[in-house]
Every structure is written in structure tokens, then in C-alpha cells.
Design a binder for this molecule. Structure first.
Ligand code: MN
Length: 242
């Protein structure tokens, strides 16, 4: 397992290092295992109104996306967890995703769909002019992509090039460096079967249900406008300080 993922797993398992190292996950209390703000198995309330991301993302798309598409992934994940005897009180979602190849395609698709959408909502907020990262995140972007502008160009090319449905990601790779990846369907870079593994900091939903009502076939316009609503503070908070 990568250094970033190991560190994240350590954080998930609780702050008491001796306890986490000496005992299995099941012996820890739920409160000690799951950090505040971690994505769990429930659908969280949307942290803003459906219209909050306009004009980049319209209210009707947000409402259908959250209430129908994302809610369905959450429900179908729960059904699959029951059928496959996943103890969701003992196994944090990020750890399930890290061994998702051991489970069914239904669980892979829906646990991925649930996690990806929870992350998507968290990393967006009302549009801001000249929206860009700062601090350590910006420094790392300069180190690993050359500049923020270069990151935007590379991410945009990757997102435009994803054939069919999937996601484009900014990840922290096992070495600690920032990197880009793209996954098909509802896969994500936490999954053991992902081609490029790492910790997802930011993901862009490239399914047509995320943009078709407003943008139809113009995926490039959707990608460009989405950058105005990225919540860079949340992205920076996800960065692991190795
Ligand atoms: Mn979606």
C-alpha cells in the first residue's frame, strides 16, 4: 500500500498510534476510527442550495444529480453491502475501496459512485472570479505541473479525452507528488484495481448526467466553467502532509 494511503489509513484508524498499531480495526471505537469530515456510507446533505453553483452548473442539473443519481448510488451501495456482508460500522469506506476487487461489480460501481459524488459536492462552492489555489497546494502545483495554469491545461485535456463516462482526478500519488488520472465509470484512484492509484483531492464528474441539460455535447465548456466553482480550500485540506 502506498505511503499516502497508509498515512490516510492510519488517520482513519485513530489518533492513538499505539492502539492503532497494536490492535485490529474492530477493537477501536467508531469515534476513534473515522476522522471528522471523512466520507462515510450515508449521503450527506448538500452543503449549499441547488442554484448556488449557477451559472457554471444549473439548479435543475444539481437537483436531479443529487436527489436521483447520487442517491441511487448510495442506496445501491447499501444493498450490496448487506448482500455481501460488509460490516460498514467496522470498515471505513476508503478502506473498502482499497480492496474493492474482492467484491461484486455492483458494489464497485455503487460504492465508487457514492464516494465520488460525496467528494464532488464537498469540493464545489459558489463561483468566484479568479478562482485558484494558494499556499502549500499552489506550491505543490508549481513543483509538479510547472504552474497552476499548466495544471488547468493538463487537467482539461485529460477530462476532454475521457471517452464515454468517467472522472478526471487530481490525486496525491504514493510518492507524495500531485498527479492527474482519469477513471472509467464510477471507479476512482483509491481502488486497488485503478490503473493510477493515489489519494483523490479533486474529481470532475464527466458523465453526461452532470452537464447535459445545460451544455449538451459541449463538454469542454462544462469543464472550463467548472473551474470557477472549485472549492480550493477543501482540496487543500485533503492534502496529506507527509
Ligand atoms: Mn454524477
Amino acid at each position: 500500500m502506498s505511503r499516502v494511503l497508509r498515512r490516510r489509513q492510519f488517520l482513519i484508524q485513530g489518533g492513538k498510534a499505539g492502539l492503532a498499531l497494536g490492535l485490529g480495526v474492530k477493537s477501536l471505537t467508531a469515534a476513534a476510527r473515522v476522522p471528522v469530515g471523512a466520507i462515510g456510507y450515508q449521503q450527506s446533505p448538500l452543503p449549499y442550495a441547488y442554484a448556488a453553483l449557477e451559472p457554471a452548473i444549473d439548479a435543475l442539473t444539481m437537483e436531479i444529480h443529487y436527489l436521483r443519481h447520487a442517491a441511487a448510488y448510495t442506496k445501491n451501495m447499501a444493498d450490496a453491502c448487506t448482500a455481501e456482508k460488509v460490516d460498514t460500522t467496522a470498515l471505513p469506506l476508503e478502506m473498502l475501496l482499497q480492496k474493492i476487487s474482492q467484491y461484486s461489480t455492483k458494489l464497485r460501481n455503487n460504492a465508487g459512485g457514492h464516494y465520488n459524488h460525496e467528494l464532488f459536492w464537498q469540493t464545489l462552492r459558489a463561483p468566484k472570479e479568479k478562482n485558484s489555489p494558494s499556499g502549500v497546494l499552489l506550491q505543490k502545483m508549481v513543483q509538479d505541473f510547472g504552474s497552476f495554469e499548466q495544471f488547468v491545461t493538463q487537467f482539461t485535456d485529460l477530462a476532454k479525452g475521457r471517452f464515454g463516462s468517467g472522472w478526471a482526478w487530481l490525486i496525491q500519488s504514493p510518492s507524495g507528488k500531485l498527479a492527474l488520472s482519469s477513471t472509467p465509470n464510477q471507479d476512482n484512484p483509491l481502488m486497488d484495481l485503478a490503473e493510477t492509484k493515489g489519494y483523490p483531492l479533486l474529481g470532475l464528474d464527466l458523465w453526461e448526467h452532470a452537464y447535459y441539460l445545460k451544455y449538451q455535447n459541449k463538454r469542454a465548456d462544462y469543464i472550463q466553467n467548472w473551474f470557477a466553482v472549485v472549492h480550493w480550500d477543501t482540496v487543500a485540506e485533503r492534502l496529506q502532509k507527509n
